[in-house]
Design a protein. Structure first.
Length: 92
């Protein structure tokens, strides 16, 4: 399974739940997570990786930065990860 496939599954799953899953593009800022998922007043930033892959150093710094600001950030590399994001958005 490729990263693209996991990202497409994530978007489809969140939309099916009634949320939005936007591609996050920040010109001039590298390492931001791939997706921002929103539902029910909750926000989860998601870095999507190919199975077995880990974030690059700049991505890890951005994840730490966002978490330091109080945001939820998840790194997923499988369809199980997609469900973990869905669960995080449904949890109050």
């Amino acid at each position: 399974m490729k990263e693209r496939d996991i990202e497409q599954a994530l978007k489809a799953r969140i939309v099916a739940l009634g949320g939005v899953c936007w591609k996050l593009v920040c010109p001039g800022t590298t390492g931001v997570p791939d997706r921002v998922c929103l539902m029910g007043g909750r926000i989860v930033f998601v870095e999507v990786k190919a199975p077995g892959q880990t974030p690059r150093p700049i991505q890890s710094r951005r994840i730490k930065q966002l978490r330091g600001l109080g945001f939820s950030v998840m790194v997923i590399d499988s369809l199980d990860g997609v469900e973990e994001v869905a669960d995080a958005l449904r949890t109050a």
